[in-house]
Structures are given as structure tokens and as C-alpha cells.
Design a protein around this ligand. Structure first.
Ligand code: AMP
Ligand code: GLY
Length: 426
């Protein structure tokens, strides 16, 4: 079958790699894709926020499945248009994507279905928001309601910081996304992501993974899209794992009770607090870079899983996972997440990818005349599998040492806290 995949990051390169491995995959189109996906399938220019254009392309190319990577097209209802055109789609309709598209809606679902999360209030004017902050005191967390490209959350340690975040939101810093503000209690503990395949009835959780959001070693510096990840997460206890699985299942059941037929990946972002795992957020899609450490461990054919998800037949297949560890190290452009240069030639990708157990996923590259050039802040996601966390990590860093371009940087401590145990978070 022909498949159309939407997106252009490392997550989509990982999805494309797994889809292309399937004997069921004939032509794979990626819109808009990147340098890495150009080497796996055919990159196409398409307005991925335009549902009609996406559905028309998929029909024209006789695609049997459309896979939607990022949240923006999901929130914009692109999955609705694809399904209306009679094509199987992996990714929820707009009603389901609200779980990420509106933090207020997400908190309402959590509250109504008794899913553990931080206490909160929702405000649409600054006076009442500021009054709530004065009542609750700091530390406190201020969140723009809508999609803000990962920048809409302020963990405020002082009341002044929280007040400033509220004022900025209502002053339009995040546009319409900040017209409503969610303010919640600050939680503490290690963070952990759980992704799950679901067709709205059956829920198959994947192994836990952990992202590294700060730019520099020791979790210092500005927030980024993610500088590395690993899976599984050894500090998670069996009780915590079961609690998170239970939350994911109850979330899908709750959405079904609201009339939402959720088919795709549901991402639970958790904090492992002393009172058990609590939800930070839901996302309506695979995580990036979590996907890069979770998908390579899936032994079942991804096309089978995605078609079953899209058709509501997930209960008819079983998922098998490789009993291995995965570590991804992100190679970034000097200056990221601030300004950085693009168009620099990259060397060593083939040498790194030739190592047994290593896959180099592209996040921000361009392929021109057989040469890969940098084309973004996060450029490559170097992923290694191994029989232990240490083996996977050492292999990933060995592969990274073979790659270079002018100004390249990485964090050298991906997963360091996994080894130091629970107390490393205190
Ligand atoms: P979110 O987009 O809601 O996941 O928030 C982004 C990041 O902000 C999370 O990954 C956490 O590191 C932090 N964060 C969000 N909500 C809270 C909270 N209630 N308590 C502490 N940290 C939080
Ligand atoms: N790694 C965080 C996210 O995908 O939202």
C-alpha cells in the first residue's frame, strides 16, 4: 500500500524508517519531510495544515494510510478530512486533538475522569488570574491554554514571575493560544513519558521513555525541543508503571464517554511524585525525541499496527517489543535554541550509521547532490540499541564522535540520572 506521512522532524524520520521496513509499504510519501526522509521515500511539498489538500493528494496517489506526525495538523482537523475522504488515518480527529490543543479541555477531562494531576484554575482575564496567584502563592505554574510550540509554560518560583507570565499571556505573547490561561500547583519529581497506541477502545502502552529538555549538561540552560532520550526508564517502579497504564486506559475510556473516537498515539507526560505518577499534560501524537527510542524497539510491523489502529481493530493484533535499551543523542547547531547557522555540510553520517545497532535519524537536514547540509536547530538524532543502558549509551556516543560540522554540539550526559537512581532527582 502507498502511505503518506505528514511532518518534518526526527520523529517523522523514525516513523518513516519503521514504515518503510514493512513489506506492506509500497510508495512512502513524506510531506514536507527532511534530508533523511528524502533518502527513505519521496518528499512532497504540501500544505499539511490544509485537510482538503492532504486528502486530495492521498487520493491522487492511491494512499491506503495517512499518518500524521505533528500536533498542528491534528488540531486543525486534517485527520477529519482524510477520514471523510474514505482513507485510513493514524491520528485523532480535531475533537480528540483538543486533549493537546487546549490545556483547559485536557484538565477538564483529567478532573472529570479522576486522573491524577495538579490542582488548577482556568482564567480568561488577568484580574482573576492575578487574584488566584495571590491566593495560592508561589511556586506556581502558568500555562497558555493553546498550542505555543512548547514555550507556553512558566514554572514560576516567585509570585512576581507568575504575575509577569500572566500579563505576558494576556498581552498576546502567544496570540490566541494565550487568551485563556491555566494556572496550576507546582509538582516535583522525575518526569517520564508514556506513549500508547489506541483505536479508542484497546490501549497498548509502549515502554516509558525520558526526554532531556534543557540545552546544556546537568539540565542547565534554556528549554529546547529535546536534546536526547532513553527507554526504558529504570527508576520507574512496577507500581508506577501500572498506575500510568491505568491512567492511559481511563483517559481513552473517558474520551470515548465524551463521544471522542480517538485513533492514533496518545502521549501521557507524567511527573513521578511522592503521591504517585501525576499528569503534566497529554499530547495527541508521538513525542519527539521519545519516538526515536521507543519505535526501534517495536518488533511488530508498524504498518500492521497503524492500519489496525486506524480501522478500530487493534485488539486483533499483538505487539512485540525487543528486549533492548535505546538511547538517542541529539546533535544540534551551535547557538540552538537561539539563532544558528543553516546550510553547513555534515560529515560522518554514513560511518556512524554503519555501526551495528546504530540508526541516524535526521531532524533538520537537507539533501543536495548527495550531500547532507544542516537545516535546523536540532539536526540529527543518533540512536543506538544495546543489551544494557550503558551499552546503548556508549554506542550512541561512539557514533556521535564520527559525525561533525562547524559548530555542532551535544549533551554528553544523556541518561546520566538513569544510572544514579531516584535520589538524583531530589
Ligand atoms: P507541559 O507542556 O504542560 O508538559 O509543560 C512543559 C514542562 O513544564 C513540563 O515538562 C514540566 O517540566 C514543566 N511543568 C508543567 N507543569 C508543571 C507542574 N504542574 N509542576 C511542575 N512542572 C511543571
Ligand atoms: N518530547 C516532548 C514532546 O514531544 O512534546
Amino acid at each position: 500500500m502507498n502511505i503518506l506521512l505528514l511532518g518534518s522532524g526526527g520523529r517523522e524520520c523514525a516513523l518513516a524508517t519503521s514504515l518503510a521496513k514493512s513489506p506492506r509499504c509500497d510508495k512512502l510519501f513524506i510531506a514536507p519531510g527532511n534530508g533523511g526522509t528524502a533518502a527513505i521515500g519521496t518528499n512532497v511539498e504540501l500544505d499539511i495544515l490544509d485537510g482538503n489538500a492532504v486528502a486530495a493528494f492521498a487520493k491522487e496517489q492511491d494512499c491506503g494510510l495517512v499518518v500524521i506526525g505533528p500536533e498542528a495538523p491534528l488540531v486543525a482537523g486534517v485527520a477529519n478530512a482524510v477520514r471523510d475522504a474514505g482513507i485510513d488515518c493514524f491520528g485523532p480527529n480535531a475533537a480528540g486533538a483538543r486533549i493537546e490543543g487546549s490545556k483547559d479541555f485536557s484538565k477538564q477531562i483529567m478532573t472529570k475522569y479522576d486522573l491524577p494531576t495538579a490542582k488548577y484554575g482556568t482564567f480568561s482575564d488577568s484580574d482573576s488570574a492575578l487574584r488566584y496567584i495571590a491566593e495560592q502563592g508561589a511556586p506556581i505554574v502558568v500555562k497558555a491554554d493553546g498550542l505555543a510550540a512548547g514555550k507556553g509554560v512558566t514554572v514560576a518560583l516567585t509570585q512576581a514571575e507568575a504575575e509577569e507570565a500572566v500579563v505576558e499571556c494576556f498581552d498576546g505573547r502567544f496570540g490566541a493560544a494565550g487568551a485563556t490561561v491555566v494556572i496550576e500547583e507546582m509538582m516535583t519529581g522525575p518526569e517520564c513519558s508514556m506513549l500508547a497506541f489506541t483505536d479508542g477502545k484497546t490501549v497498548y502502552p509502549m515502554a516509558e521513555s525520558q526526554d532531556h529538555k534543557r540545552a546544556y549538561e546537568g539540565d542547565e540552560g534554556p528549554n529546547t525541543g529535546g536534546m536526547g532520550a532513553y527507554s526504558p526508564v529504570p527508576i520507574v517502579t512496577p507500581e508506577e508503571h501500572d498506575a500510568m497504564v491505568d491512567v492511559m486506559k481511563r483517559a481513552v475510556a473517558g474520551m470515548a464517554a465524551e463521544g471522542i473516537d480517538y485513533r492514533g498515539c496518545l502521549y501521557g507526560g507524567f511527573m513521578l511524585t511522592e503521591e504517585g505518577p501525576k499528569l503534566l499534560e497529554f499530547n495527541c501524537r508521538f513525542g519527539d525525541p521519545e519516538t526515536q527510542v521507543v519505535l526501534p524497539r517495536l518488533a511488530t510491523d508498524l504498518v500492521d499496527v497503524m492500519v489496525a489502529t486506524a480501522e478500530g481493530k487493534l485488539d486483533q493484533i499483538e505487539l512485540e517489543w525487543r528486549d533492548e535499551w535505546a538511547v538517542t543523542v541529539v546533535l544540534a547547531s551551535g547557538g540552538y535554541p537561539g539563532s544558528y547557522k543553516k546550510g553547513l555540510p555534515i560529515s560522518g553520517i554514513e560511518d556512524a550509521a554503519a555501526l551495528d545497532g546504530v540508526t541516524v535519524y535526521h531532524a533538520g537536514t537537507k539533501l543536495e547532490d548527495g550531500v547532507f547540509y544542516t537545516n535546523g536547530g536540532r539536526v540529527l538524532d543518533v540512536t543506538a540499541l544495546g543489551n544494557s543502558f550503558e551499552a546503548a549509551r556508549d554506542l550512541a556516543y561512539k557514533a556521535c564522535s564520527l559525525i561533525s560540522w562547524d559548530g555542532m554540539f551535544m549533551r554528553h550526559d544523556i541518561g546520566a540520572r538513569a544510572l544514579r537512581g531516584r535520589e538524583a532527582w531530589n
